[in-house]
Unconditional design. Structure first.
Length: 370
């Protein structure tokens, strides 16, 4: 059309635009500039030749009105351009839809991966904490058994000395034997409890809280006596709970042992009270649907900036290797996971600490009755 009727023919110019658009769609975005440059060179060259009448052009259409053929050609060209534009936009929308879908799927996979990583990390932490808890139980068994061995050896030594005497009083010997038997029974009970803990045996039943607390006091009596710490407890023989007595024993044991340690700081500068007035007190309160146990001491206390971290595994405020930071985290896990309760700590540096354990009661008793 440009060659025959002139480069400025309207239909030809529209076709040039169509060629440039199709070049960009079918070949690539960079090829648009190549097609535009080639079109420009062709129009310039052909226009120069036609202007010099080297290539004559039939320009009758310049003064003639458009007829049906010209209008039809223009409409067809517009329709082709519209169709090409629609196809281009349609493909772009499809590509964008696929891209958004892929992005959503990628985001979903990333979220799932993050969840799996978090779950796996949590599982690894729990596994690590469980292994450290077992080691902690061995260490506690070693520390506690030393006191029981002390209670066992003293009466046995006395019995041995009295047996070497022909004139020793029989009643005194009987008393020493009874003390030795009682100490041996304590040691036997402790070994059985530790064996169950290490074997993860769970026995849920109604148990007396006073009995478990008294057992802990007996086990820690030597430790407290050695540290010159008084263990105070007002018995409440009527309070019962449904659950694992051994795990409740672990809660009390950890809290009371920590209280004794808090009253026996490694340096004299940290002693908050006189050596003659150090104590750890256990209290029980029964409410309609909850049992509250409070373990408090007048030890060195916990600094305020440490309060938010005391229940984290492996965090400890004890120095000189006295603690590994497992006791409180284990107690918190037992309170929340096994008893569905809560534990709250309050402390003031130099004034002592208080741990309040709240355990739901009615639900457990209902389960037992059912």
């Amino acid at each position: 059309m440009s060659y025959r009727w002139g480069v400025d023919l309207h239909a030809a110019i529209l076709f040039y635009a169509l060629v440039i658009v199709m070049a960009g769609i079918l070949v690539g975005k960079n090829f648009v500039f190549v097609a535009t440059l080639a079109t420009g060179i062709m129009i310039a060259s052909l226009g120069y030749l036609q202007r010099g009448n080297i290539i004559p052009a039939n320009r009758y259409w310049v003064s003639a009105m458009w007829g049906i053929p010209e209008i039809s050609a223009a409409v067809i060209i517009f329709f082709v351009i519209a169709t090409i534009t629609w196809l281009s936009n349609h493909e772009m929308e499809k590509s964008l839809t696929r891209l958004r879908r892929s992005e959503a799927e990628l985001k979903e996979e990333r979220d799932l991966l993050e969840i799996k990583v978090d779950q796996r990390t949590k599982e690894l932490k729990e596994t690590q904490a469980e292994k450290m808890t077992q080691l902690y139980r061995f260490a506690e068994f070693g520390r506690i058994s030393s006191g029981l061995f002390h209670d066992l050896i003293n009466p046995l030594n006395a019995v041995s000395l009295n047996l070497g005497k022909t004139d020793g009083p029989a009643e005194e010997t009987k008393q020493y034997v009874a003390n030795a038997v009682r100490a041996a029974k304590k040691l036997e009970d402790l070994v059985a409890a530790v064996r169950k803990q290490l074997a993860r045996e769970e026995t849920k039943a109604l148990f007396l809280l006073e009995q478990e607390i008294q057992h802990v006091i007996e086990v820690l009596a030597h430790k407290a006596q050695k540290a010159n710490v008084e263990l105070r407890f007002a018995p409440r023989s009527d309070i019962q709970m449904f659950g694992d007595a051994i795990k409740f024993n672990q809660i009390v044991l950890n809290l009371v042992a920590n209280g004794i340690d808090a009253c026996t700081p490694p340096t004299a500068e940290l002693v908050p009270v006189s050596l003659a007035d150090r104590w750890v007190q256990i209290s029980l309160v029964e409410e309609p649907e909850i049992i509250i146990m409070i373990v408090e001491d007048n030890g060195v206390g916990i600094p305020e900036h440490h309060m938010s971290k005391i229940f984290e595994p492996f965090f400890t405020t004890k120095i000189n290797g006295q603690g590994i930071g497992i006791g409180l985290s284990m107690a918190k896990r037992i309170v929340e996971k096994d008893f569905g309760g809560a534990i709250i700590a309050k402390s003031e540096a130099g004034r002592g600490s208080s741990f309040k354990v709240s355990l739901p009661m009615r639900k457990q008793v209902t389960e037992y009755a059912a």
